[in-house]
Design a protein around this ligand. Sequence first.
Ligand SMILES: C[S@@+](CC[C@H](N)C(=O)[O-])C[C@H]1O[C@@H](n2cnc3c(N)ncnc32)[C@H](O)[C@@H]1O
Length: 281
Amino acid sequence: MEKNLQEQAISDFELVSFCEAIYKRYGIDFSCYEPTPFKRRLKNCLLKFKFNSLIDLWSTLLRDRGFIYPFMNEITVGLTTLFRDPKMWLCVKDLLLQLTRTNKQVSILHTGCSTGEELFSMAILAKELGVYHKCRFVATDINEDSLQKARMGEYCNTKWADFESNYRQYNPKGKLVLYCLQNGNTFQFDPLLLKNVEFKKHNLIADGFRQKFHLIFCRNVLIYFDKVTQINIVNRLHDTLESEGFVVMGYFDSVMPIIRDIQLNIYDLNMKIFNKASSPT
Ligand SMILES: C[S@@+](CC[C@H](N)C(=O)[O-])C[C@H]1O[C@@H](n2cnc3c(N)ncnc32)[C@H](O)[C@@H]1O
């Protein structure tokens, strides 16, 4: 009797062959992704798009180039929100003040920016501190669809309550509505918040960075990767930091297992903020 989808296990061999095929066709390397959660997301993808097996999904991906976008949406799960972890943003506020005091211009990188909520949080924070004009932002993600949503800055009204509640925890006296334009079932952030923002498609595993940054956000992205890849990425971020720069990781990034192997210093472990280790003299 045929097993239903829930019962079908994806073997390690199937996973490796699947990843090799995707890599050959699209140049996207999933081999560094943690196998167990990756298999779970693949199964969700089979259910969502009503494929009977991994082979069906595989052949659709090989035949239909357009399907890579919905596939990536499902696999890279871009869950995010405005002012996610409000207490962390209070620390970021202090960091930005410090950086803008000592630098004429502050460059800020948001890796894995997803649909842009983290970027808008930072832009609002910079506006409210009166230092937006000194900031240059680069926002990157592997997922082109998510980047496009971030560029639009338009969100469904169902997200409003969550956005506002987080923002209120960050700034009880602020008014989020000042930054948004209501538009039927959606609201859009003021496009001026994106004035100093450049969006780029970028794969953290394979692509390098052409410039250095004072502040790097790499939040809730490392969770997808195996330990060796996490260490490589963090060490590359270290090399991408200006000498007095900071890296902010996410609440869900378990950094303890990699902490001994990375070049960054701990700045605030609770908030998962790290700074550049000075090079030995
Ligand atoms: C959970 S979201 C995090 C969003 C935001 N940083 C936050 O913490 O709210 C993770 C994002 O990482 C992106 N991502 C996954 N693999 C990536 C890779 N290899 N390179 C760059 N971004 C990647 C996904 O597309 C997704 O948008």
